[in-house]
Design a binder for this molecule. Structure first.
Ligand SMILES: [Zn+2]
Length: 246
């Protein structure tokens, strides 16, 4: 990290998973995330719970929030349960995670969710709270959802890779100023294609721990052929603006 002077430019990882995963039978500990952050020169880290049916109960959101109160480097996001409960206001969450609502994770969206009357309430409440939501679904689902919103800020993880072809996501949301993307697990070449079309102010650095290594994911962004000012948007300024961090 020579030349980056760790304390001059802040780096925030906008996408990590914290805590136990029931389905994977693993647990990502605070120590693991902090040690990767230390090695990478990352100052703050967004954490959200693993997707799991157990999340129908609020327990894991509460535990995650408590951990973020204890560990100041953590920025907690709320896992939106299948009841479509919006991010609770004033509790300390800085964003939300919407993950294949009632569908099959990384594979197929459940389009019935788009017809649920609760969705209207969810969008209304979320726009009022005005925090970003990391939103992962198939492209067609995401397009319908975004059309229902007005100014809700959503962050599409992996440049859309798990919901379809990133280039299709790019074309679909190129003109939508409230749609952002994170770089986790995507290639440098694809990140550059996005930068060429939408600039650097709608792209966020994310590692997707434990599926990605923070150091490697960061290195990818640091080695992009763009200026340091441009990198700073991706590395921290965009996220800070989204969640109102100073
Ligand atoms: Zn992830």
């Amino acid at each position: 990290m020579v030349g980056w002077g760790g304390d001059r430019m802040e780096i925030i990882d906008s996408h990590t998973h914290w805590g136990p995963s029931v389905t994977m039978g693993i647990e990502v500990t605070t120590e693991e995330i902090l040690s990767q952050a230390e090695q990478s020169g990352v100052n703050r880290i967004v954490i959200f719970p693993f997707p799991s049916m157990a999340l129908a109960d609020e327990e894991v959101n509460r535990k995650l929030l408590e951990e973020a109160e204890r560990v100041k480097k953590f920025i907690p996001y709320y896992y939106i349960p299948e009841t479509m409960k919006p991010i609770p206001d004033g509790k300390g969450f800085s964003g939300g995670k919407w993950h294949w609502m009632r569908g099959v994770q990384d594979s197929s969206s459940n389009y019935k969710a788009l017809e649920d009357p609760k969705l209207v309430e969810f969008i209304e409440a979320s726009e009022k709270i005005d925090l970003p939501i990391v939103f992962e679904e198939e492209l067609a689902f995401t397009e319908t959802f975004v059309k229902k919103t007005n100014h809700l800020k959503i962050i599409i993880p992996h440049l859309g890779m798990l919901g379809g072809n990133p280039i299709d996501f790019l074309h679909a949301f190129r003109e939508r100023e409230n749609v952002f993307f994170d770089t986790a697990l995507s290639s440098s070449g694809m990140i550059m294609k996005f930068i060429e079309k939408i600039g650097t102010q709608r792209i966020l650095f994310g590692s997707d721990i434990p599926f990605g290594m923070m150091k490697w994911e960061l290195e990818k962004v640091l080695s992009l052929p763009i200026g340091d000012d441009e990198k700073e948007w991706i590395l921290s300024k965009n996220l800070k603006r989204l969640i109102g961090l100073t």
